[in-house]
Structures are given as structure tokens and as C-alpha cells.
Design a protein around this ligand. Structure first.
Ligand code: BGC
Ligand code: BGC
Length: 879
């Protein structure tokens, strides 16, 4: 790609930035120290004495039972009864009876079983402790079939409408109540700073201002006025993930946070401060660590960079003591197991740090954890007061939720009513949220609003793709394996919304059939992802078209549409701002649509300006102008003399945003204050290597021996297969090695035992590969730069299959793969003969290999019977 291409002609338009007046409403205070928070739900003396009364009667085992929270897939009602469990969760993609299409009544009946199990467990005890069910309803009741899926938080942040947020909270709570569940793990009040993080879309904004305003409103929407008790149509909320999950280095999920305490308080904590004041009852601990001397692991193992699950300072001292939080701290999914010295089944540190409920998901782990905690109390490792503190809090929240008075789920007012899920009023609200979340980034020559008498070519990878629209946490954890027909009846895609708006006759999907004067609507964007699966790795940049090979097709299509002379309106789905300078340049209009959910009609409403509708969304994240403008966050205005933290980029520096925080166009330029910015040039960033690595221009001059008599000691031969969960096992040089579907035998090639014969039997997929010792990776770009080859001395010992998958890995799922067979010309004569095959490294790069980060320079994969021998493997520079 050439450098500094100027698009002056395309950008001969004036841009006006409008500041949404709503942003000015609720000014975010600046904090010098952790404030004492007055919760909207004050302590109720009657409840407090009732808690004490029950606590005094509980046995240690009963108390510990309250502290354990397994995943639905890993617990039966009988076990809940036996262990007197206090709660369960259904993780992303967990449904009653493993049935994705469970109805509201199926969920309620499943809950009934646990409710009844706990009633039985406490019968004869003279008191009871009811059970509670938590779910991740993070953009609507998203784990449940037929529910309304609202835009993910990133889109709601752009809407900057806190009344809307409260209404979405109310609607979501009602849909949860319809399934009989009690509690949601939402809202996420993270302030994501690095756009590479796979959870950026779960946050409202990169700046705490909107998050501060929204957090309290979402809590009110979900819980109602909890000081008056929990109404039938409300649920308990959770704020997560405490603390600083959005501030990890390089945006690595579960990574290291290096912000100072003052920055944590003023940038990452404001959402908690407003949500706790509004009466939030549960806080979820975060997977990340915090790099600070105050952050000691309670058993002293990790020095000052310990995981927050083990941080007494963060969990107990700040949250409970300083802020005065009197509700429950729940751990994240086996988060305690990541503390040094802990396993999923054993972690007194996490109890001592102040966590109250433990999301220990797997059956064998939660049982082990339960017995271990009991033993640790009995042996004095965990003081009884710590257990009593935890259980007091659990009982308090359950009592505030009125659980002692509620009948089993199916007999509750709304539970079992399938008509509540995805009801018209909720879909209309979601559609409104979609409309308000759209940010118009470009509208040259007034191509928008669209006219209904035009014809449209609706195309691009996202035009009819419900998964790209809904993102992660949508029926499944990753938001994949869904189709609109089966999984989202009643939803609309952009294509179907266009057909609804102007009639099918005027909609074309095939560029060859579209009339020349049709307007091209290119809908494209990211595939769904959740958590770490969505992190942009070191070897990549924010450039959309290079994130995945399939994404490049959208850019190629766009170039083609431009060459054919279409007017182009681009609609971009993404869970974060991404570098799309060329896409923006080639488009006449460009709309950031985030992850809008099930109601794409909201998009066409605004594109056609139905009833005079206009774009009102404004960026709640800065939009990058460079491929590695990954932390170009707005300067925090509420902090006096703010200095950009050392872990961030200067937003006024060379990575300055293309479109700043707060930016967004409207049809009506006079609607709000205007600030003129005039980017009449857009430059392309020529960077061709990842944001986490340095450019490598060097040229290799010698071969690198990867396997064989003279192989470099950094490499070893390994094998693994589906049958052993893909755990790499060393291949012996001296004797036979076996897995259930592959055997290897040492053989002699040029020297004694310098080669290996590999026999796949085809019973299940398996692979044999060269790995870097210690699971490390290495930078092999100097071989690529030197136009190098992968050279293999091999012998095919049986009839040649049509395809032999020969791959290179840059940490799976990053890989390049070719068909080895196609490099073996004239092979028929060569059965049982050794030959040398040379494959250009470029061929691997073309299929996705990242040579800066090689984890396996050679990998043979087979799910069929295959026998071949390998003598020497090397990277060889040209010439
Ligand atoms: C996520 C949480 C979620 C939990 C339960 C975790 O992996 O980090 O946000 O609430 O799983 O599904
Ligand atoms: C669960 C999710 C959870 C994740 C954590 C998945 O299997 O379904 O809810 O967040 O694991 O890694």
C-alpha cells in the first residue's frame, strides 16, 4: 500500500461537529480520595436483625453452601439440595435441558426445581434460605430465545440518552422476570481505553462521564426503587468488573492494569460510584491484575501485581471499607484460579480478600472448593468472621430482593409468560435505541437522507448477517452458531429492513443486476466475539481489512463499487472504533452502527429520515486515524491538570483521532452548537506490521534447521489430537510414540534415527508439528523478507491423498495452510522415495500466516489415514 495518498477531491466537504447538549447535564465530579457512598438502599433494621437471627442458626456447611455458585450445566437440583447451594448462574450459551429454544415457562420450571430443592434442604430447620439464579442479561435478556436484543453498550454510549438507558433496564428486567430468574450480571461499567480489548463493546464509553451518568440509571431501570422492596418486574443488578478491566496494557483481556490509584479512581471507578449510590447490590470482581505496591496478594505470593480476585486492598479495603458497600461481591468465572497458588477448587486467598460468592463453575471444582473452605475455616486459615461477613451480605441482598416471600418462579406474576419476551413495545424501544446509537461520520454531496424512489444495491458481508449485528453474548457466549431463521425469529437485518422500507422490487443484492443509478449500501463489519477471543493480537493492527482474511473482501467490494461509479453508503458494524480510512474515503456516506442487535429497522428509519428523523448519535470513543492509534482517549476533563497516563497515547499527538470523542454529523446542521473541523484530506497509514511488534527489515542469510539431524535446539517435534484435547505431547526420537489416532516411529534417513515415520489412523483428527520449546513463539520475518522457503525432505509411504493439510501456526487460531499434495508434482513415481519439497513462505503468508509470531513452523494435520516420513525441515532463504 502506498503512503500518504491524499483524498482531497473526495473530501471537499465541510464537516461540522455537534456537541450533544445532553452530555453537559450530569457533570462528573473529580475525586481526591475514595468517597463514602450513601446508597439509595439504606440498611433496614428489621432486615438486619432477621439476618442475624438466621445466621446464628446456620451451620458452617450451610454458610459455605451460600457462597458457592455453579454453572447450570454443572449442577443438578439434587446436588443443590445436598450442598444447600445459595445460587447458580447460567453462563453464556447455557439453557435449561441444553435447549436453546427453551420458552419462558421452560426457564421458570427449571428454576422451580432448584427452588423446591432448597425448600426441601431447609425443611425441618425452622428457617430457610432461598435460592437465587443469575444470568448475563447484558444487552437485553440475551441468553434467552425470542428475547429483545438491544444494542451493545458501545452503541448506547453513542446515544447519550440516560432516560433511554433506564427504560432499557426496565424492559430487560421484565424479560428476565418472565423467565423467573432473579438477578443479572449487568451493567458493565468498564471504561475501555485500548481498542484492542475484546470487550470494548461492553463498555458505554472510553471516558467515565457517560458511564457515570448511565450506571445509576441502568441500576434503577433494572432494580426499580429497591428501598421499597423488589417489584415483580425487577431484578437485582451487578456492576462489573471491579476494577480497571478496561485499562489493561495493550487491551489484553484479563491482563495487567498499570494505572495509578488516582487514575483508577477517576477514570475506571466513576461508574461504580454512581451505581452504588443508586443502590446496586452486587459487584463482580475482575480477572485483571493491578500493578501497585498496595495490591498485595493476601498470602503474599504475587508481590504487587496480583490478580484482583486475591486483592484484599481492592476488594475489601476500598470497596467494602472505604466506599461502604454492604452488598455482595461475586467472583468472575473461576477468576480465583488465576491467583498464584490457587486452583479452581482451592483458593483461601480469594475468600480472605473479601469475595463473598464464588462462581466456581465446574462440578468437580465447586465441590472441592466447598470442602476446602469448610476445612480452612476449621483449621483457622479462614476466620469465621470472614464467612459470617460473606453470608450476612448474601442474606441481606436476598432479603432486599424479597426472596423469602416470593413463590417459586412459575407462580410469580410474570414468569412463564412467553409473550413478554421480544414483545412489540420492547422491540420498538430497541429500535429507538438503534436509531439513537448511529453515528454519521461522513455525508458528502448529501447522499443521505435516502429517497424512497431510488433503487438500492444492498451488499457486503453484514447486509444479511444477524451474527455481525448482534455480536457476542447473543444466545451463545461468542454470539456465533446462530441464524436469523432459527434463532432470531422476528428480527430484521439491514437487507430485510430495506425491503420493508421501499419494497423488494427496488432492492438488488447482485451488483451485475442492479441498475446503474442504484445507490449502493455496503453493510460490513466484524464477526461476533466475546472476551479474550475478541482481543486484537500483537501481530495485528486496528485496520479492519487485515483483522481477518474474509474482511478484506468488503474493501475489495467497495473498491469495485467505486470503480463502477456507484454512490456508496457504508454501514459499519463493529465492537470498537477501527481504522477504516480507505473505506471512509471510498464511501459517500459512512455510518458507525456498532452492534445494534435484532432491530435493524432503526438503521433504515434514520437513513430514510422517516418522519424527519435525524442522526443524533455522537462518538463515545475517539475514532482512530492511524492503525495503531489504540489508546487515543479523550483528555479527562473532570480531572484538574490531567496528564495522559504513561500507558496511553497523547490524543493531541501524532496518533490524534480522525474523529474526536463527541463527533457526529446530523442532517440538520443548525440543530446544535457546531464546531468546525475540516479533515479535507484523509491519509492512509502505510504500517504493515502489528501494533505490538517492531518492524523487521532484516534479511536472513542462513538456513534455520527446524527438524532433523542438525536441528536447532529451540525446536521440538510434538503431536496432539482431538482425543487428548489437543495437548502437545513430545515425539520421542528413540522409540515409538502414540496417541489414539497417530503413532510415530524413529527411522534412519541420512543418519541413525534422524527421521520420523508418522502414521495417522484416521480415527479422529490429529496433528504432528514442530513447536518452539516452552510454547514460545519466534520472529521469522527475516526469512519471509529473504523470499525464503520451507524445505522438507519427505517420503510418502502409501498412496497419496488428494489433500495433505500442511500448516504453520502463529498461535492458533492464527495460521497459514497449504495443500502439500499440490507441491508434489510427478509424485506417482516417487512412492517410497525421499524427495525435497520447497514451498515459498509467501504461500503461507497469503493464507493467513503471521511470520512475526511463529509458534509452529510446520504442522501436518489429518483426520484420515495417512502415512509419511519426514527427514529434514528448514527455513531456507532464497538463492
Ligand atoms: C465474564 C463475566 C460473566 C461471567 C458469567 C465471565 O467470563 O467475564 O462478565 O458475567 O463470565 O458468564
Ligand atoms: C461460559 C461463559 C463464560 C466463559 C468464561 C463459557 O463457557 O458459557 O459464560 O463467560 O466460559 O471463560
Amino acid at each position: 500500500m502506498s503512503i500518504d495518498i491524499r483524498f482531497t477531491a473526495l473530501f471537499s466537504w465541510m464537516v461540522f461537529m455537534t456537541i450533544n447538549p445532553a452530555a453537559a447535564h450530569n457533570p462528573l465530579p473529580h475525586f481526591d480520595d475514595w468517597p463514602v457512598i450513601q446508597s439509595a438502599v439504606p440498611k433496614d433494621p428489621t432486615i438486619e436483625s432477621e439476618i442475624e437471627n438466621i445466621l446464628n442458626q446456620m451451620t458452617l456447611a450451610e454458610k459455605v453452601g451460600q457462597m458457592i455458585q455453579p454453572d447450570l450445566r454443572e449442577v443438578t437440583p439434587a446436588e443443590a439440595e445436598e450442598f444447600k447451594l445459595g445460587s447458580i448462574l447460567n453462563g453464556g450459551g447455557a439453557w435449561p435441558s441444553d435447549n436453546k429454544y427453551s420458552s419462558a415457562m421452560d426457564w421458570a420450571k427449571e428454576s422451580d426445581k432448584f427452588y423446591e430443592a432448597l425448600e426441601r434442604a431447609y425443611s425441618g430447620r425452622g428457617f430457610k434460605v432461598p435460592f437465587a439464579w443469575a444470568t448475563d442479561a447484558v444487552h437485553g435478556h440475551n441468553n434467552v430465545f425470542k428475547s429483545t436484543l438491544f444494542p451493545h453498550n458501545i452503541g448506547l454510549g453513542a446515544a447519550n440518552n440516560s432516560d433511554l438507558i433506564e427504560k432499557i433496564g426496565e424492559a430487560t428486567a421484565l424479560e428476565i422476570a418472565a423467565t423467573g430468574l432473579d438477578w443479572t450480571f449487568a451493567p458493565t461499567v468498564a471504561v475501555p481505553r485500548d481498542y484492542r480489548w475484546g470487550r470494548v463493546y461492553e463498555g458505554y464509553s472510553e471516558d467515565p462521564e457517560i458511564t457515570y451518568t448511565y450506571a445509576s440509571r441502568m441500576v434503577k431501570g433494572l432494580q426499580g426503587d429497591l428501598s421499597q422492596g423488589l417489584a415483580d418486574d425487577r431484578v437485582i443488578s451487578t456492576i462489573k468488573h471491579w476494577l480497571g478491566d478496561g485499562g489493561t496494557i495493550d487491551g489484553v483481556d484479563r491482563g495487567e492494569n498499570h494505572y495509578s490509584e488516582y487514575e483508577l479512581l477517576n477514570i475506571h471507578a466513576p461508574g461504580y460510584i454512581s451505581a452504588l449510590a443508586a443502590g446496586a447490590q452486587v459487584v463482580m470482581t475482575s480477572f485483571n491484575s493491578w500493578h501497585n505496591e498496595k495490591n498485595y496478594n493476601v498470602l503474599g505470593v504475587d508481590g504487587y501485581n496480583s490478580k484482583l480476585h486475591g486483592s484484599r486492598y481492592i476488594v475489601n479495603d476500598i470497596l467494602k471499607d472505604k466506599l461502604g458497600f454492604d452488598g455482595v461481591v461475586v467472583t468472575d468465572w473461576n477468576g480465583h484460579s488465576e491467583i498464584s497458588g490457587c486452583t479452581s477448587g482451592n483458593c483461601p486467598q480469594a475468600v480472605l480478600a473479601g469475595n463473598d460468592i464464588f462462581m466456581v463453575t465446574a462440578r468437580s471444582d465447586w465441590k472441592a472448593f466447598y470442602y476446602n473452605v469448610i476445612a480452612q475455616v476449621e483449621t483457622g486459615i479462614i476466620p469465621m468472621e470472614r464467612i459470617d461477613d460473606a453470608v450476612t451480605r448474601i442474606l441481606r441482598v436476598k432479603m432486599r430482593a424479597g426472596l423469602w416471600d416470593k413463590p417459586k418462579a412459575s407462580q410469580r406474576k410474570y414468569a412463564g409468560n412467553n409473550d413478554i419476551l421480544g414483545q412489540e413495545a420492547h422491540r420498538a424501544l430497541a429500535r429507538q435505541a438503534v436509531r439513537e446509537s448511529l453515528v454519521l461520520l461522513k455525508n458528502s454531496s448529501n447522499v443521505l437522507p435516502l429517497r424512497k424512489d431510488s433503487s438500492f444495491l444492498v451488499t457486503g458481508s453484514g447486509a444479511n448477517d444477524i451474527q455481525k449485528q448482534t455480536g457476542g453474548w447473543s444466545l451463545t457466549w461468542q454470539g456465533d452458531e446462530n441464524t436469523i431463521e432459527k434463532d432470531f425469529p422476528g428480527a430484521s437485518t439491514v437487507l430485510s429492513a430495506f425491503k420493508d422500507a421501499v419494497g423488494s422490487e427496488k432492492i438488488f443484492t447482485d451488483v451485475e443486476k442492479a441498475p446503474g443509478d442504484a445507490i449502493a449500501v455496503l453493510v460490513f463489519g466484524e464477526d461476533p466475539y466475546a472476551e479474550m477471543m475478541g482481543d486484537i493480537k500483537r501481530s495485528k493492527t486496528l485496520e479492519y481489512s487485515t483483522l481477518k482474511r474474509t474482511y478484506l473482501k468488503d474493501l475489495e467490494l467497495l473498491r469495485d463499487l467505486k470503480a463502477r461509479g456507484f454512490k456508496i453508503v457504508s454501514v459499519f458494524f463493529s465492537g470498537r472504533p477501527l481504522y477504516v480510512n480507505e473505506e471512509i474515503s471510498l464511501s459517500d456516506a459512512f455510518v458507525a452502527a456498532w452492534l445494534p442487535g435484532t432491530e435493524a429497522g432503526g438503521i433504515t428509519d434514520v437513513l430514510f429520515s422517516e418522519q424527519g428523523l435525524d442522526f443524533t448519535g455522537r462518538l463515545s470513543f475517539s475514532w482512530p486515524n492511524t492503525k495503531c492509534g489504540t489508546t487515543i482517549n479523550r483528555i479527562a476533563e473532570h480531572i484538574p491538570n490531567y496528564k495522559v497516563p504513561s500507558v496511553e497515547q497523547d490524543p493531541l499527538g501524532e496518533d490524534a483521532p480522525l474523529f474526536p470523542y463527541g463527533y457526529g454529523l446530523s442532517y440538520d446542521l443548525s440543530a446544535s452548537n457546531t464546531l468546525e473541523i475540516n479533515p479535507n484530506t484523509i491519509t492512509l497509514d502505510s504500517r504493515d506490521y502489528g501494533c505490538g511488534i517492531t518492524k523487521n527489515n532484516s534479511l536472513a542469510t542462513e538456513s534455520l534447521e527446524l527438524f532433523g539431524a542438525n536441528s536447532d535446539p529451540d525446536f521440538e517435534l510434538l503431536m496432539s489430537g482431538m482425543a487428548n484435547d489437543w495437548q502437545g505431547v513430545k515425539v520421542s526420537k528413540g522409540t515409538k510414540s502414540s496417541l489414539s489416532s497417530v503413532d510415530t516411529y524413529p527411522i534412519d534417513y541420512k543418519h541413525q534415527q534422524d527421521a520420523v515415520r508418522i502414521e495417522f489412523n484416521g480415527s479422529s483428527p490429529a496433528q504432528v508439528y514442530v513447536g518452539v520449546i516452552g510454547g514460545e513463539t519466534f520472529d521469522a520475518r527475516s526469512y519471509l523478507n529473504a523470499k525464503g522457503y520451507l524445505e522438507i525432505d519427505l517420503r510418502v509411504d502409501r498412496e497419496l491423498p488428494e489433500k495433505i493439510a500442511l500448516a504453520m501456526h502463529c498461535q492458533w487460531p492464527c495460521l497459514g495452510e497449504v495443500n502439500l499434495t499440490s507441491y508434489l508434482i510427478d509424485f506417482a513415481d516417487l512412492i517410497n522415495e525421499w524427495q525435497t519439497v520447497s514451498i515459498p513462505l509467501k504461500d503461507f503468508e497469503d493464507t493467513g500466516m503471521d511470520f512475526s509470531n511463529v509458534s509452529a513452523p510446520l504442522l501436518i494435520y489429518s483426520d484420515q489415514a495417512l502415512v509419511l516420513s519426514i527427514g529434514r525441515v528448514a527455513f531456507v532463504p532464497e538463492g
